[in-house]
Design a binder for this molecule. Structure first.
Ligand SMILES: Cc1ncc(COP(=O)(O)O)c(C=O)c1O
Length: 365
């Protein structure tokens, strides 16, 4: 048997917020999941998930429901075990189709690069829209292009003219545009800048578990581009295991676009907007620099040298409060914070003050 050491141990994988194997997290600012309690209808639907039988292996009723909502042909709807699984599967398909480069937003969700690296694709980070447009226009061959609107971890939204130009270049050059919609349902201001005709020609990844605060349910779906419905769509489906989606996942997705859930989500966005204002004021009072955002999460920089921030985050974690260190996003000294209820905000302020070291005040980043 060949040991991992002999083969070279596999990489630890991308870093994520949320549970980390340590003590219970009391106040979790480190994941982007909606913290509000679920609507009763959805709780009931989940409790009624039929765990005694396999789901329909073709998920026909689910695909029909989702297709109706998006006004697309059911063949374009491909269930996934969440967008992380979709990212791996789409990267595999791109690799099998001969694409050798993946463009990933930088900073951006770590799974895009991890999936590409695992299959030996060249990873090209795009820190700014102009870098991406220029790079794609000059590319010698079609590439896989990851887009996240609004973007994690920045909470930034790009303008409609960027999307139009990007789409034109991609169509001329044969690039695959993949649009990760994870946070569209949690957009707190402005509106979706992507027009229907641009969206129809992208692979779109939907994963409502973040907006619903149900990240333990691993379920989502891909909408294949119109022109991929007959060829690449079925190929992507063929790469999935049987019953890729669990019974709870089916229930969650069936309920997702329904009136009760969408009404609840609209209310949640209003509450999150108020809580976000409170939280930004509080962090400003603590002296944290903060970037603008359209989502309930954003990048912030506490008034500490980067080398000390890790220690402070460990102290917070020991007190049951978790923030997402942004070092793995290439941003040492920064954290990504998600909007949390007033009680959690008070706890954060208290522990932050209590864990201050002597002489720290004058210590600037
Ligand atoms: C941008 C983005 N896409 C996808 C995911 C993962 O989604 P899922 O839980 O559906 O696998 C995350 C989770 O944090 C994310 O931030």
């Amino acid at each position: 048997m060949v040991s991992h050491e002999a083969m070279g141990a596999p990489a630890a994988g991308p870093e994520h917020g949320g549970p980390d194997g340590g003590a219970d997290i009391l106040y979790d600012f480190s994941t982007n999941a909606n913290p509000l309690p679920l609507p009763p209808g959805l709780q009931r639907a989940l409790a009624e998930a039929d765990r005694r039988h396999y789901p329909d292996p073709h998920y026909q009723a689910l695909c029909a429901r989702l297709a109706e909502h998006h006004a697309v042909a059911p063949a374009r709807v491909l269930p996934t075990a969440g967008s992380s699984e979709a990212i791996r599967r789409l990267t595999l398909l791109a690799h099998l189709q001969g694409l050798g480069t993946a463009w990933v937003p930088s900073p951006g969700y770590g799974d895009y690069a991890a999936a590409a690296e695992a299959l030996g694709l060249r990873v090209q980070g795009w820190p700014a829209p102009a870098t991406l447009l220029d790079g794609l226009d000059r590319a010698a061959s079609p590439a896989l292009v990851w887009l996240n609107e609004p973007c994690n971890p920045t909470g930034v939204s790009l303008p409609t003219h960027f999307w139009q130009t990007l789409a034109e270049i991609a169509w001329q050059r044969g690039h695959w545009l993949v649009l990760d919609r994870a946070y569209e349902p949690l957009r707190l201001e402005g509106s979706d800048p992507i027009t229907g005709s641009v969206a129809a020609r992208c692979w779109q990844l939907w994963s409502p578990n973040k907006a619903l605060g149900l990240t333990g349910i691993r379920a989502g779906y891909v909408l294949a581009p119109v022109e991929a419905a007959d060829d690449l769509g079925p190929r992507l489906r063929a790469l999935a295991p049987s019953w890729v989606l669990s019974a709870e996942g089916v229930q969650m997705l069936l309920a997702w676009w329904g009136e009760e859930v969408q009404g609840w989500l609209q209310e949640s966005r209003r509450t999150l907007e108020q809580w976000r204002t409170m939280q930004r004021n509080l962090l400003a009072d603590l002296g944290w620099a903060q970037r603008a955002t359209v989502t309930p999460f954003w990048l912030a920089r506490p008034p500490l040298p980067a080398r000390l921030l890790g220690l402070r985050l460990q102290q917070l974690r020991a007190a049951g409060i978790k923030l997402r260190d942004a070092t793995s996003f290439g941003l040492p000294g920064w954290v990504r914070v998600a909007t949390r209820p007033p009680e959690a905000q008070r706890a954060l302020a208290l522990v932050w003050h209590a864990s201050r070291w002597k002489g720290e005040e004058g210590d600037t980043p």
